[in-house]
Design a protein around this ligand. Structure first.
Ligand code: GLN
Length: 484
């Protein structure tokens, strides 16, 4: 069962080849047997999953099943799940049992999907390697000496290792696409505002966006269909009907104009990644697309801009973790200030503290104009680069990340080197555009990703473009050794 895609699984359930309870038990068995080596899960919700599976079986029996009814999945531990620990990868929330569901959680519940557990992640989604997690790093199933990427590392590794057919993630600067690339799976970051952020623990509110991690574009289309939608509880949610992401999957790519930004193919891009991306672009030419050289001149400003905007917003968002209302509280506080400082000092890890300090500094009186205001202006320029490009081309392609998976510990003491892992993904978040990553080859036995960036709300087009590639290649079918 663990090798089937979502469409095949839904068919198997409908035709009673297996029940949701059987499938859920099989997933739980795989997680129990294999996750010790990988550390993908912070919490496994076996009892609740079996309850949901029983309910799903009844619904399938009554003929009211949707495409995800009875299908197990894993939730990044950033999505609030009522009655279940929601840690966000932090000691700060290690004792936090959410009293409510995120909108995405609610939508997946309504679809009848079965949550197997909550996945490991970088602390408060700050990281590119999953090494900042309070719960220890996740190992890449392709090579356990290497990182799975981050921050949605547990979600990506769990899908790559076939522990679950699909998972959820969030992407603030690349956290869906980069781990998808490093683990050899498909990951989609939708347009900002397409998926509700309600109950998705905020990192940088103007950049955060939830999306699916799956083995194929077709599966991502099914997941996005359930996750997307207007939500009055999120003021940045866009009131626009959710498309049927399945209908156009097979549309022809004849005449598609693909823009290749010269800034995405320069120094810093590993040779093996460049070669595989070039080969993938060749496949697109065979499918009828034309390649057009373009420029996104402000690309080099994306990482520095992000590292003002994201820390500024996170320093504000994380101020709610004060040791008073919820989360970690230091023992025996002497007074209120001691309670605040020690709860935060003991509850947050070093990367989160680094970001809070940068953000607080950038927002302080006297520096605000020099840093935050300036970053907002540059952000506008970055967005304009994309809009100008989309006047002449349909989509943009390039590598998702500059290298394949790196070794655990290799970059953890060098924050700036780590920050450059997201050099091709961050600008997309600053502009609020949709982007996806699909497996496009191997370099030294490790997977790498092709990134496809579209104009606003062109998720259906991106999925179509990814699906056509997956029909003529089989990179997305490869499984890491030991997890086939
Ligand atoms: N790696 C980036 C960071 O550390 C992006 C993380 C994300 O998208 N959540 O902030």
């Amino acid at each position: 069962m663990h090798t089937k895609n979502l469409t095949e699984l839904a068919k198997g359930l409908r035709e009673r080849e297996f029940s949701s309870v059987e499938f859920t038990q099989a997933c739980l068995e795989r997680v129990g047997r294999l996750d010790e080596q990988l550390n993908c899960f912070i919490t496994v919700t076996a009892e609740q999953a079996l309850r949901q599976a029983h309910a799903a079986d009844a619904r399938i029996q009554s003929g009211e099943a949707g495409p995800l009814t009875g299908i197990p999945f894993a939730h990044k531990d950033i999505f609030c799940t009522q009655g279940v620990k929601t840690s966000c990868g932090s000691k700060m929330l290690d004792n936090f049992i959410s009293p409510y569901d995120a909108t995405v959680t609610q939508y997946l519940n309504e679809a009848g999907a079965v949550m197997i557990g909550k996945t490991n992640m970088d602390e408060f989604a700050m990281g590119s390697s999953n090494e900042t997690s309070f719960y220890g790093p996740v190992k890449n199933p392709w090579d356990p000496q290497r990182v799975p990427g981050g921050s949605s590392g547990g979600s990506a590794a769990a899908v790559a290792a076939r522990l679950v057919p699909a998972s959820t993630g969030t992407d603030t600067g690349g956290s869906i696409r980069q781990p998808a690339a490093l683990c050899g799976i498909t990951g989609l970051k939708p347009t900002y505002g397409r998926v509700s952020r309600y109950g998705m623990i905020a990192f940088a509110s103007s950049l955060d966006q939830g999306g699916p991690l799956t083995r194929s574009a077709e599966d991502a289309a099914i997941m996005l269909g359930a996750m997307a939608g207007f939500d009055a509880r999120d003021s940045t949610s866009v009131d626009r009907p959710v498309e049927d992401y399945m209908v156009g999957l097979n549309d022809s790519l004849e005449g598609l104009k693909i823009g290749l930004p010269k800034e995405f193919f320069g120094a810093g891009l590993a040779g093996g990644v460049a070669d595989a991306v070039t080969a993938a672009l060749g496949e697109y030419e065979k499918l009828g697309a034309t390649l057009v050289d373009i420029s996104l001149p402000n690309t080099s400003l994306a990482v520095p801009t992000y590292y003002v905007v994201a820390p500024a917003e996170c320093s504000s968002n994380l101020s709610r973790m004060d040791g008073v209302r919820f989360g970690y509280r230091a023992s025996d506080p002497q007074d209120l200030e001691d309670l605040y400082t020690r709860s935060r000092g003991e509850g947050f890890g070093p990367e989160v503290k680094r970001r809070i300090m940068i953000g607080t500094y950038a927002l302080s009186a006297g520096y605000y104009d020099a840093y935050y205001h300036k970053a907002q202006q540059v952000r506008r320029l970055i967005r304009e680069d994309f809009l100008k490009a989309f006047e002449t081309i349909d989509v943009i392609m390039g590598p998702t990340a500059p290298t394949a998976a790196f070794r655990l510990g290799e970059k953890s003491d060098a924050p700036i080197t780590m920050y450059l892992s997201d050099i091709y993904t961050i600008a997309v978040n600053l502009a609020g555009l949709p982007g996806l990553s699909i497996p496009a080859g191997l370099t030294d036995g490790l997977p790498l990703g092709l990134q496809v960036i579209g104009n606003y709300f062109e998720e259906a087009r991106l999925l179509n473009i990814a699906h056509r590639f997956q029909q003529v290649t089989d990179w997305h079918e490869l499984a890491p050794q030991g997890f086939e």
